[in-house]
Design a protein around this ligand. Structure first.
Ligand code: GLC
Length: 742
């Protein structure tokens, strides 16, 4: 069967004709088979899937990553079944395949869509070599609760940033041509609102007003669809009482009805049968009915569809036309992937794993994702020429598995270069490196290793502490109620501090941590997320100034976990706190009247500001902003206003800055956030260089869904800011008139 090749703009007539012609030849049992994705992670899959493949009862598999086994599965499906329909072969290629890139949350800290796209492209190329043709990525849930373990997989808290990076990742995975070697179908997940799980507990209930769904949680999925994503996965959670896998509002009304999505909706792992556990249905048959009615096309790793769909159709409970829609989408994707023309994989047609380009990209991504949060007394960058000895201390200094992070199914710790190894190589033989892990792992208690660490620090010119969370402390089903440094790490910092040498802390983690307990104990603080295979060389280059840090936080860092949820684009409330009236719990007189302090929205024991705000990140130079301007004080609906400012590098070294544009709509038919990111640019400036940075802002970009769920821009007063963090004060006011431009 000779399908025409796929193309970036979506299926043309020939593919639709082929889909319909094939569909017309299928039996009910074969249609059900296409709607079943089977796990193939155990043993030799052809042994236990062969019979069902020959009977046309399997449309897709997942978790088989050995190319010969994949080719054998494809061969059975194509050459030994009645219709010869090839298989979708899925895998969680989340942040790299064999070359592990930084966590998605770390990639988001680069604020570099091009880099995110490159990371995805290389991951796709490496995975395709194993016969994989579909990844369950990007995960684009807006995440504002660092207790939630899956914040690690997200692009952070902000709608604008996550939407830009979602599109970049989709483009990277899918390439220009889905049928080309090295392309994977991407999967936008988890639709929708998963990041709002109560108390950050994974899989917990989400209750989100529709207007907030549309203004906050939907846009990254719309961006992914506009970028051409071909599959989507609903969340495990219930949303407003209806689990997403059986949620017709999400999967039919919005996704198909409003957005016209024509790709494949795949369940999460066994999430169809979980509809019963949620309490939506009484049994698997009812779950299959609810899911297929809601618009779920493909059941991953469950058997509700396999056991019940045919009888549901035969009994008249389900129209066969519903299955036809689902199967058409699955066949369409297989044609777009070119699987009917060539279902087999020849690894020789792709570059080898861990090639130079992959490793270079992994290192650049790790370097650009690291965020410099503090650098007192210019302790960084280290001057190798002035150092005799460096102490490299901590549970994450030489922990190759940990630096890869969660969802690293196919990466290998053996490939990872650790900070200890990279510093030794970069600093050279003249610099003595004193290594002390101090702790067996990030959760260890204080022990004799502490004395060794303190001694190493005392005998060195600087103490480099590598702290944080092991990889297993974030990711799916790994939420934390406390989000400080685990184990006795804070005590280790205090003990090393006593040695009297400059202390640099490098923190690796899958989430923001509450670091208030160490910021006054360390001179410099570099947050590296889990930086991946090349994390060591990237961090060594940053520490020794080969390149300057340039990352910016994609998520707010709270002082205390009790502040969560805390994010920059919050509402003003009717009683916003101001710096001058916020008190601290110790200042309160025990018999003071209730109204003795400013009655505003803050915590007595934490104030109202985060430890580090969204968008914040330092470099080794000094960036200064001045002279913000608007091209016009007032514009009409339909017009654009140019917001610009002068940016200068007034420091000693060249460095990159992520310039950010924020806007506030001061009055709305529903209240609007105090700031919203509406633009960003990554620029490199030489020392002494000054540039004008400009953003053209169209009134459509200020639209939001109001009480009537219509997306409109409302005229009125707006405030715009430009700066290197969400708390920039460089602002200007402009107005939008009520009339529309002629
Ligand atoms: C998991 C995750 C989902 C992943 C799928 C397949 O439970 O929720 O993100 O793609 O199962 O591993």
């Amino acid at each position: 069967m000779n399908a025409s090749r796929a193309y970036p703009s979506g299926p043309s007539e020939p593919i639709e004709q082929l889909v319909q012609a094939l569909l017309a030849r299928m039996t009910l049992a074969e249609k059900v088979g296409q709607m079943c994705q089977r796990n193939a992670s155990e043993g030799h899959p052809p042994d236990y899937l062969g019979a069902d493949l020959r009977a046309g009862q399997v449309g897709a598999v997942l978790n088989v990553v050995e190319v010969d086994a994949v080719n054998e599965l494809q061969r059975i499906a194509v050459e030994e079944s009645r219709l010869g329909i090839p298989l979708l072969v899925g895998r969680d290629v989340i942040h790299g395949f064999r070359t592990v890139m930084p966590l998605p949350l770390g990639q988001a800290a680069s604020w570099n869509p091009g880099l995110v796209r490159e990371c995805a492209r290389i991951a796709a190329r490496e995975a395709a070599g194993a016969g994989i043709n579909w990844t369950f990525a990007p995960m684009i849930d807006i995440a504002r609760d660092p207790r939630w373990g899956r914040i690690a997989e997200s692009f952070g808290e902000d709608v604008f940033l996550a939407s830009r990076l979602a599109a970049a990742a989709v483009t990277g995975f899918q390439g220009e041509d889905l049928a080309a070697p090295g392309s994977l179908a991407a999967c936008a997940k988890h639709f929708a609102g998963y990041g709002a799980a109560e108390s950050g507990r994974d899989y917990a209930t989400t209750s989100i007003p529709e207007v907030e769904l549309r203004n906050v949680y939907f846009p990254p999925f719309q961006a992914a669809i506009e970028a051409g994503v071909r599959t989507l996965m609903p969340s495990f959670c219930e949303l407003n009482g209806v689990p997403c896998s059986g949620n017709e509002f999400l999967l039919r009304d919005v996704l198909r009805g409003e957005w016209g999505f024509d790709g494949v909706v795949v369940s999460d792992w066994d999430s169809v049968r979980q509809l019963k556990v949620h309490g939506l249905t009484a049994d698997d048959r009812a779950s299959a009915l609810a899911a297929v009615t809601a618009g779920l096309d493909l059941e991953m790793a469950g058997d509700a569809y396999r056991n019940h769909l045919a009888s549901l159709v035969e009994s008249g409970a389900v129209e066969e036309g519903l299955l036809d829609q689902a199967v058409a989408g699955i066949l369409r994707l297989k044609f777009e992937l070119g699987l009917f023309e060539n279902p087999y994989t020849d690894p020789a047609r792709l570059p080898p794993l861990l090639d130079d380009e992959a490793l270079a990209t992994a290192k650049q991504a790790a370097a650009q994702s690291a965020v410099l949060l503090q650098n007192r007394n210019g302790v960084l960058p280290l001057k190798a020429g002035r150092l005799q000895a460096v102490a490299v201390i901590g549970p994450l200094a030489d922990a190759p598995h940990e630096q890869l992070g969660t969802w690293t199914f196919d990466g290998s710790a053996a490939d990872a270069v650790t900070p200890r190894q990279a510093i030794e190589a970069l600093a050279g033989p003249e610099v003595q490196l004193r290594f002390a892990a101090a702790m067996a792992n990030s959760r260890s208690s204080a022990g004799p290793g502490f004395d060794e660490a303190v001694a190493a620090a005392r005998d060195s010119d600087v103490a480099l502490l590598f702290l944080g969370e092991e990889a297993i402390l974030s990711g799916e089903a790994h939420s934390r109620a406390e989000i400080g440094l685990p184990g006795a790490q804070e005590e280790l910092v205090r003990r090393v501090r006593e040695a009297g040498r400059p202390v640099v802390a490098v923190v690796m983690a899958g989430r923001p941590l509450t670091l208030a307990g160490i910021v006054d104990q360390v001179d410099a603080l570099l947050f590296a997320w889990h930086p991946g295979t090349m994390g060591g060389p990237a961090l060594a280059e940053l520490l020794f100034g080969v390149q300057s840090p340039s990352g910016k936080l994609p998520v707010t860092f709270p002082r205390m976990v009790g502040q969560v949820p805390i994010y920059y684009s919050q509402k003003n409330t009717g009683k916003p706190p101001t710096p001058d009236q916020v008190v601290h719990i110790d200042d309160i007189d025990t018999h003071a009247p209730q109204t003795s302090i400013g009655m505003t929205a803050f915590h007595l024991d934490a104030g109202y500001r985060p430890l580090f705000p969204f968008g914040f990140g330092l470099s080794y130079t000094e960036f200064h902003y001045r002279d913000i301007r608007a091209s016009a004080p007032e514009i009409a609906l339909g017009e654009s206003v140019r917001i610009s400012a002068e940016l200068s590098n007034q420091g000693p070294v060249a460095a990159e800055e992520v310039v950010q544009l924020y806007v506030r709509d001061l009055v709305g038919s529903i209240t609007r956030p105090v700031r919203e990111l509406k633009g960003f640019k990554r620029l490199r400036l030489a020392p002494g260089q000054t540039v004008t940075v400009a953003f053209d802002l169209h009134t459509d970009e200020l639209a939001f869904h109001g009480r009537d769920m219509r997306r409109v821009t409302e005229p009125g007063e707006f405030r715009a800011w430009i700066g290197g963090s969400s708390d920039t004060e460089l602002g200007i006011t402009f107005h939008i008139r009520g009339d529309t431009s002629s």
